[in-house]
Design a protein around this ligand. Structure first.
Ligand code: V47
Length: 386
């Protein structure tokens, strides 16, 4: 798979690599030669005190791939229900059936919500929700086909690997059959959630009722085989260690070698508030920025690394554009999952806010659709370059 944006390769002269951490010297040689990094290299990158040197390497790779371009989109999140059977300790969004503050959108309500609160035409609906014990498979298919009927120009990025596995079971069908039905209903690609951390030891504590890491990766393989692209995530900043993070990234890299179907990697920083792990501290800026840089360096076969502004704040997302990230996600409009877990970021940003963040980072804003094709806007409509 070609992950280089050759038109955008930056040829500007650069300063040579400098570090006060000898462990980074051989890694920098590999990065400069374009060689793949090992497990041990990954651990050394996490442990290095020289964040500027780690960032320098990540930025080199990022500029090789994308030059100065920084991607964003105009999207809207829709979370159809917060009823969930999983009870993950990491989550503040899901509620047990029958709890006081549950909600489930009627189909008409979901379709109407999709069109609300927009100041400009969205190009993507991002749909993620709880694992509802009673909603039938058909509810989700009708939700998607109804959206497609009403908003045919909008890309539908719906259902994480965890939801796909759950819905297939609910519908008493194989994952392959579920994927075919999803595609027929109008799903265009899949979001990257539910990956958390693949290591069993950690997964048993933070999300013990979810599919395991091997099942998440296998569902991703099947999704790509069915012709749908998907994203991948990693939830960091809780009880995992450096080795667990490297293991997670290298497992994703191995599947990407097989399928080429992952589009973007999004590290998600854990928000402890209102979760069963509320005693844990929030991640710091240094951890967030390092996570972006190490992801860029280890995931050499992923085209895009997204610094999700909702998760790390708009200010950190902006800085990340110089530490390996090439994407800051989109307008979002209404976010529930991290706000239930105490996020203080705005619910949504306007297109012009994203453009400003990118421009002031010295990058060139590039509005993309979900598949990274250029979006050109007139006052109230858009066209996608195909
Ligand atoms: O799977 C849940 C995470 C994910 C918390 O594909 C939490 O473009 C932090 O997948 N603190 C869902 N994180 C969101 C997601 C996503 C987001 C943005 C873009 C894309 C994409 C995908 O949120 C869950 C879980 O890993 N999450 N609770 C929490 N307390």
């Amino acid at each position: 798979m070609n992950v280089m944006n050759t038109e955008a390769i930056s040829n500007r002269p650069r300063h040579s690599f400098q570090t006060d951490d000898p462990a980074l010297e051989p890694i920098a040689d590999k990065v400069q030669r374009g060689e793949r990094l090992s497990f041990e290299d990954g651990v050394a990158l996490y442990r290095s005190g020289d964040i500027l040197a780690v960032g320098w390497m990540a930025n080199l790779v990022r500029e090789r791939m994308h030059g100065d371009l920084a991607y964003f989109n105009v999207n809207r999140h829709i979370n159809p229900t917060n009823v969930c059977v999983a009870s993950c300790r990491l989550c503040a969004f899901g509620r047990k059936k029958g709890a006081a503050d549950t909600y489930t959108m009627a189909l008409e309500e979901a379709w109407e919500t999709a069109g609300k609160g927009l100041t400009e035409a969205v190009t993507e609906f991002h749909i993620v929700g709880g694992l509802h014990p009673d909603l039938p498979f058909e509810y989700f298919m009708d939700l998607v086909s109804g959206l497609k009927e009403r908003y045919p120009q909008v890309h539908i990025k719906a259902f994480t690997m965890v939801e796909i596995a759950f819905l297939a079971k609910r519908g008493k069908m194989t994952i392959e059959e579920a994927l075919d039905r999803m595609k027929a209903a109008g799903v265009d690609s899949c979001p990257g959630g539910g990956a958390e951390i693949f290591a069993d030891r950690v997964r048993h504590i933070i999300c013990d009722h979810k599919i395991d890491g091997g099942e998440w990766l296998e569902t991703a393989r099947l999704t790509h085989k069915a012709g749908l692209r998907s994203n991948a995530t990693m939830l960091y900043g809780h009880i995992e260690n450096d080795e667990d993070r490297v293991d997670h990234l290298l497992k994703l890299r191995a599947v990407q070698d097989e399928t080429g179907g992952f589009q973007t990697f999004i590290p998600l920083s854990f928000h402890p508030e209102n979760t069963a792990l509320g005693h844990l501290p929030k991640s710091t800026g240094m951890t967030d920025i390092r996570q972006i840089a190490v992801s860029r360096l280890l995931l050499d076969n992923f085209a895009h690394i997204k610094s999700y502004w909702q998760m790390v704040t708009p200010k950190m997302a902006q800085i990340s554009l110089r530490f390996g990230a090439d994407d800051i996600d989109g307008t979002v409009v209404e976010e529930k999952i991290y706000h239930d877990a105490g996020a203080k970021t705005p619910q949504g940003l306007r297109r012009q806010d994203l453009v400003r963040l990118i421009t002031e980072a010295g990058r060139v804003p590039y509005e993309r659709d979900t598949l990274y094709r250029a979006v050109t806007r007139t006052e109230d409509s858009f066209t996608v370059a195909v």
